[in-house]
Structures are given as C-alpha cells and as structure tokens.
Design a protein around this ligand. Structure first.
Ligand code: CA
Ligand code: CA
Ligand code: CA
Ligand code: CA
Length: 456
C-alpha cells in the first residue's frame, strides 16, 4: 500500500510527465519540420558563368558583350548585405583580354586572362579592400586559399602537358615566389586547395584518372596518391574542411567517373590518412552527381538523372543520415531549369541558372544565391563545436578588424536580435567570465533558429 505522501508524489510525477509530454511533442514536431527556405536571390542578370563564394563576397565571369579576341568576359563581384540580401555588382579592373576562371578567398579575387586551353596566360589578383590589382606569373586555372595560390602551367605546347605551381602571395608587395607542386609525365588539371593542402586530378585514358594531394604546410612532404584500382575518377572538385569530433580536418570530394562519362556518386576521403578513401560513397541515390563543393560540414553538388537539368542539393555531413536539402528549384511551370556549378561558403550557396530550350541552356544564365537554415550552436562563431573565448575574439575580429566572415552568421548573433554588433561578443564574454546570461537558443545544444529572423 502506498502512503498518502507516496500517492501524492506519484500524482505529482504523473502531472510532470504529462506536462513534459505536452511540451515535448510539439517541440519534436517543430524540430522535425525543416524551416522554409528563404527565397533565392538573383545576384546577376545577363550571361554569368563560374560562380564562386567566400564569406559574403561572390564572384563570377560576366559575359558583357561580344566575345571576340577574348573581349566581353569580365570578372564581376559583389559583397552581399546579409540583412537586405542586396549585392551591388562591381567589376575588377579591366585587364587586356577576357577574364575567366575567377576564384575568391577572403578579400582576394584571382583570375586569368582568356588565351586558350593550351596556352599560359597572365594571372591577376585583386585586393577588394585595398582596391589594388597585382599581375602574377603565367599559368591557367588559378585557385586561392588564404594567401596560398595554385595554378597549372603548360610546359609542353605540343602535348599540352601541364605541371602544377604554387606561391605565397604577399598583399603588401604583390610578390609571390613560385615553387613546383607536381611535375610528372602526366598532365595535372583541376587543382584546388584548402590552406596548404593542394589536390589535383591527372586524367588517364578516356574515362578517368587519378586523384593526388600534397600538404605544402609540411616541408618536403611527398605527393600522395588516392587512386583506387578499378574506380577511375574525375576530380577533385573540392578540398574543403570538415568538423569531425570537434577537430578540423580536410576532405577531398570527387565524383566517380563511369564509362558513359557521367559522374555518378560522390566519393570522399579524409586526409591525411586515406583509409576512408575507399568507403561508401557520400551520395548513392540514382542521380548522376557532379560539381561538388564543401564548406565546413556542408556539401553541395548537382544531382540529376539528366546531366543538363540538375538540382543543387546540400548535405550536412554532421547529419548525413538526413535527406539532402534541395537548394534550387528543380522546375518552372513551363520550361525546365538548367542549374549548375554550385559553390558554398558556410551555409551560403551560389549557382548559375537558366532556362533550357531544346537540349541546351538558353542564355542568359544568372547567378542565384541562397542562405540555407542549418543546425548551429549559438555563440560558436568559428564553428569548431565549442563556445569559448576564441569565439568572442572571432566575432570582434570580424566586426572591427576585417577578420573572416563567420561561417554561419546566426551563430555569431549571440543575443538573437538578428544583428551582428558589439553587444554579441560582450554578452558572450559576460556569460563566459562574469556569470552573465547564456547565448539565446539553440544553446547549449546545436539546433535550428526557431525564432525566424532575416539573419541566417
Ligand atoms: Ca567555437
Ligand atoms: Ca546580435
Ligand atoms: Ca532568431
Ligand atoms: Ca536567425
């Protein structure tokens, strides 16, 4: 028999469980329901190609007029206002000949003059803060990460064999003393880099090739081969960072290349330590997949059963069991959309889009931009999985010293007032050291911003 006290306790517990059920069930329903995607923003009109994004800086190649003798191709860029989603188009200074293959990191935009696939061409760097233009050595397909540059150079005009070169750019003097990354009888193409890690692809035969990387941060480091027998690959199209157990690692992503010459599944590899290279593909639905780009744990790619008419998809690798988020609208009512070349920075995605007429995209192609609401931990501005002093410093450096843009702006909005200002690092510091109130939710567990506001 229960005493009166015990019965009262049981009733209390029953009430508490009941109230919890009432409280938890709607919460669960809310958490399971993804928030609606903000509308995509059209960044460019006209004919635009090769979008890239770093922080809030978006760059692309604009076809501004008649393409002849390299004319009419200009490197355009804009700085996105995260509150108004307005991005006024600007151009880098015009250099002789058309400007193609832009890449961007931090405040720097890099591109090459359009000469031809088999010829080297001057490479340019533009400092968008100092508004200063530098001319570097000759090459093709330049890429930038931090102050590290990498590019290919044609070393045999007859066979069009290419070697890879790198340099560390000094924005004070424009100096960039070059070193060889890889020279071999094979031609190296499609180089990309993240910090000091350079990745590239060497085509072999008609239907594939091999993926290589080298860590230039370790003096004398050897070239590593992550080719796997019987599985020829195209890529890598990306070498970006991933958070794994709170540790920043780097990951290569590349599509498999089948005999029908269509990319199929996206494979991945954590480096250094290539043991994960031969595991399950990242994506393995029925779609053809290509054009992968990574930023932190976020992967974007084109998926389609028709390579001309794809859909941009985003996967949060921290929750790789969840279905990917559809970033771009797959169709219009009357005509199918051509969507390609997605690039990502934090949760900010760009891609090019046009209408398909017959088998081909109908020009113009426009650059579209969308912020994807993703799970984040408020206060974790640098997105290393922890909230500490480093995050307050990261926000202060972004606000006042031209430091990197927080990968997810909402994570830096500590007080959740949809503005990034001095009150955010102050609240964080007060919480960390003076017992002040904690950051607004989601905290201390990562989640979505359940009080929707324009800052994402
Ligand atoms: Ca952090
Ligand atoms: Ca704020
Ligand atoms: Ca909010
Ligand atoms: Ca928000």
């Amino acid at each position: 028999m229960l005493t009166r006290d015990q019965r009262s306790r049981v009733r209390q517990i029953g009430w508490i469980i009941g109230l919890c059920m009432l409280a938890v069930l709607p919460c669960r329903a809310q958490a399971a329901q993804a928030p609606p995607l903000p509308d995509p923003v059209r960044v460019s009109t006209g004919t635009s190609e090769e979008p890239r994004i770093s922080g809030l800086l978006i760059t692309w190649t604009d076809v501004t007029g008649f393409i002849g003798a390299g004319g009419g191709l200009r490197t355009a860029y804009c700085l996105m206002d995260p509150m108004t989603q307005v991005c006024p188009v600007q151009y880098v200074p015009e250099t002789a000949g058309g400007q193609i293959h832009p890449d961007v990191d931090g405040q720097f935009i890099i591109w090459q003059r359009e000469i031809g696939w088999k010829s080297n061409s001057p490479i340019f760097v533009y400092d968008t803060v100092r508004q200063q233009l530098w001319t570097l050595g000759d090459g093709i397909l330049p890429r930038i990460s931090g102050r590290r540059l990498v590019w290919a150079r044609v070393v045999d005009a007859v066979t069009a064999q290419r070697d890879l070169f790198t340099c560390l750019f000094d924005p004070e003097t424009g100096a960039c003393p070059e070193e060889v990354v890889a020279d071999s009888p094979d031609s190296q193409v499609l180089a990309d880099l993240e910090q000091d890690l350079v990745v590239w692809f060497e085509p072999r035969g008609v239907s594939g090739g091999a993926v290589f990387y080298r860590d230039l941060g370790i003096p004398g480091s050897p070239i590593q081969d992550i080719n796997s027998a019987g599985s020829p690959r195209l890529g890598p199209t990306a070498s970006r960072a991933i958070l794994q157990d709170g540790i920043l690692e780097r990951v290569l992503v590349w599509p498999t290349f089948f005999s029908d010459r269509q990319a199929r599944d996206l494979h991945w590899c954590r480096v250094p330590g290539g043991e994960a290279c031969f595991g399950e593909p990242l994506t393995n639905d029925e779609d053809l997949e290509s054009g992968a780009d990574l930023s932190g744990p976020f992967l974007v790619w084109m998926g389609s059963d028709d390579p001309k008419q794809g859909t941009v998809k985003l996967l949060d690798l921290r929750h790789a069991d969840l279905p990917p988020i559809i970033v771009s609208t797959p169709d219009t009512d009357d005509a199918p959309l051509f969507q390609q070349d997605p690039a990502i920075s934090g949760n900010r995605v760009v891609w090019k889009e046009g209408v398909i007429s017959g088998n081909q995209p109908h020009r113009p192609l426009e650059i579209h931009y969308r912020v994807i609401p993703v799970q984040f931990l408020r206060g974790d501005a640098d997105m290393d999985g922890k909230v500490n002093l480093t995050d307050a410093i990261f926000i202060l450096q972004y606000l006042f010293q031209g430091g990197p843009v927080p990968p997810i702006l909402d994570a830096a909005d500590v007080n959740d007032d949809a503005k990034l200002d001095i009150t955010d690092p102050i609240q964080l510091l007060q919480h960390l050291f003076l017992g002040g109130p904690p950051p607004a939710g989601p905290f201390p567990v990562a989640g979505l911003d359940l009080s929707p506001d324009p800052l994402n």
